[in-house]
Ligand binder design. Sequence first.
Ligand code: J2J
Length: 550
Amino acid sequence: SAEPPRPVQVWPDAFAARYRAAGYWRNETFGAWLRERATAHPDRLAVVGGSQRWTYAELDRRASALAAGFLGAGLRQGDRVLVHLPNIPDFIAVVMGLFRAGLIPVYALPAHRITEIEHFARGSGARAYIAAATHAGFDYAALALELQGRLPRVAHVWIAARDATVQSPAGPFPCLDDLYATASADVPASVSQGRDVAFLQISGGSTGLSKLIPRTHDDYIYTLRESARICGLDEHAVFLGALPIAHNFPMSSPGFLGTLYAGGRVVLCPSPDPESAFELVERERVTVTSLVPPLLLQWLDRAPASGRDLGSLRVIQVGGAKLSAEIARRVRPVLGATLQQVFGMAEGLVNYTRLDDPDALIIHTQGRPISPDDEILILDDEGRPVEPGQAGHLLTRGPYTIRAYHDNPSANARSFTEDGYYRTGDVVRMTPEGYLEVQGRAGDHINRAGEKISAEEIEDHLLSHPQVFDAAVVSVPDEYLGERSCAFVIPKGERPRPADLKRWIRARGIADFKVPDQVVFVERFASTAALKISRKALRAQLRAQLLEQE
Ligand code: J2J
């Protein structure tokens, strides 16, 4: 079979030249800057998690050992490697080791299951899979076995914990701890160039399955540098990774990578529950963290009675889904920190409110772009610019927004204009100050507490059930989650029980957050009679019907 294509990301020459001339792209690489930091301040703490406390020198050494181990096992520069790890220090050593070796991480969320992992492995042509043995009650080593059974191309598996007992047919899976022990004296700081693809991030997926997003060293490091500056990070910064750090937000805005880039310390919280986070904030004197709105709600709710000293917190970033002004207002009085709203996307564009902005902007807007070269278009349904201050579709291009997904011509044709703008699918308006307010989405995904769910993907799973004739999945406003998912189902023959349908979906091997929160049975969809009604129109109608009933 043909070799799968290598990931690339190319901007037209004139744009690339402009971004280099402006100093955005500096031909820096991940492997090289980590070595620079480790040389400049070897003994400063870089990563804290569980019982581990790694200095910059230690992180650098581990990255080199892993790089040597991965290449020694037979992986070749440019190979893709699925990274399926929770918030543990190994996550950071692994990605830094992959960067150093010129290998390309493909990030999966801990919640993803075999169906999604297989999709990412196929789409990227991955040759290796790295996971924890078990985490939060799930057996990732068993998933590894299943994956290799389905896709023999994934020839290499590494498991994070030494006590992994799962045997592959060829014996126990090797573990990272064995690689850390490898001698690695002759690993170069970096074998990559700035323009090379550093990793594949996954898209929120508005239609169908997630797409793969190739980001280069040049473009991503630019966002780290600027995000760290905008968020006031320096060597004194202590960043708490509370959301799963495979998410683009806690990874790069400025996230754990931006914190390390700035020479600060990353503290990893392996569980999302606020009490674990508060304990770490107090113990490690955390200064900044990133949260999605529902998690912020929990923090606001539980911080006062937690008995923890949270006085070290300077900045609470909130993004991933719309934050209401009501809640935004409570951040400073309750948590004693400055709120920063963050409106970003794994495809590129990130907007921040600035720390010294007036309260009106911090509370009511989702910020303004990182770069003076982020180009923003707000268009009406016919593709014409809206009047100033009016809402419209957000399109963007710039020095860190991709021009194409990996190996996906049909998605590229849909998601990018001919002159290279990315269609975000978001509906926004711009304030006179040039700040964006997110109004909603044009596309049909569900933004469930910051996790994006494609309606189409879940409908396909429902349709595979023998007692389902047709299905439409819609988002419903939810006080706590922001949005929850509701599946309208036309049964075929005997009506299945909602719980059985949910179990069916789960058994398809997909992330738990994608299982419909609510199932409503209907006899027919009113307008499917008019044969050509779009799914989009149908979903809108069903959503309206549901809201009316409530
Ligand atoms: C409303 N909607 C928002 C916000 C994202 C930083 C922050 C977030 C993400 C992210 C990210 C929103 N208000 N503040 O990658 O680097 C919705 C929009 C957007 C989509 C992108 C980062 N912040 N959104 O959430 O790729 O609909 O990235 O297009 O997961 O989340 O989702 P994702």
